[in-house]
Design a protein around this ligand. Structure first.
Ligand code: MN
Length: 132
C-alpha cells in the first residue's frame, strides 16, 4: 500500500498582510499547507529549508523585488525546479509575457481573482506531480 500522501505545501511570499491572509485562506481551503514569508530574503530561506511544491511570489516586495528573489531560487540546487507564479499589483500590458519569459510558471494580477488563483494553483501542482 502507498503511504499516506502528505498535503502539498505552498509558499506565499507577500509583504501585504491582507493579501497574505487571503492567499493563506484560499490555499488552506484547497487542502494544502501554507507557508508564509513577508519578503524575498525570508522567502528564499524558507524555500531552501522546506522545498515547497509551489511558490506564489509577489513582485513588489521591500528590500529585494520578486524577480530578484526568483533568480536566487533558480540558482539554488534544491529550489530551482519549484514552479513559481508571479503576483503583481501593477498589471500593465506586457507584464504577463515579460514575467513568463523570465521563467515564472504563471502570472496573477492583483486584485486577486479567487477562481483564477485556484485554477493556477491546481494547474501548477498538477504539472509538478507529473514531473515526479
Ligand atoms: Mn507587495
Amino acid at each position: 500500500m502507498a503511504a499516506t500522501t502528505a498535503p502539498k505545501r505552498i509558499l506565499v511570499i507577500e509583504d501585504n498582510e491582507k493579501n497574505r491572509k487571503l492567499f493563506e485562506l484560499i490555499v488552506r481551503s484547497m487542502g494544502y499547507k501554507c507557508l508564509l514569508a513577508v519578503d524575498g530574503e525570508e522567502g528564499i530561506r524558507i524555500a531552501a529549508e522546506a522545498i515547497p511544491d509551489l511558490i506564489l511570489m509577489d513582485i513588489q516586495l521591500p528590500h529585494m523585488d520578486g524577480v530578484t528573489a526568483f533568480r536566487h531560487l533558480q540558482q539554488g540546487e534544491g529550489t530551482k525546479g519549484i514552479p513559481v507564479a508571479a503576483v503583481t499589483s501593477f498589471a500593465m500590458k506586457g507584464d504577463r509575457e515579460r514575467l513568463l519569459a523570465q521563467g515564472f510558471s504563471d502570472y496573477l494580477a492583483k486584485p486577486i481573482d479567487v477562481d483564477e488563483l485556484r485554477r493556477v494553483i491546481g494547474r501548477l501542482l498538477e504539472e509538478s506531480r507529473h514531473g515526479e
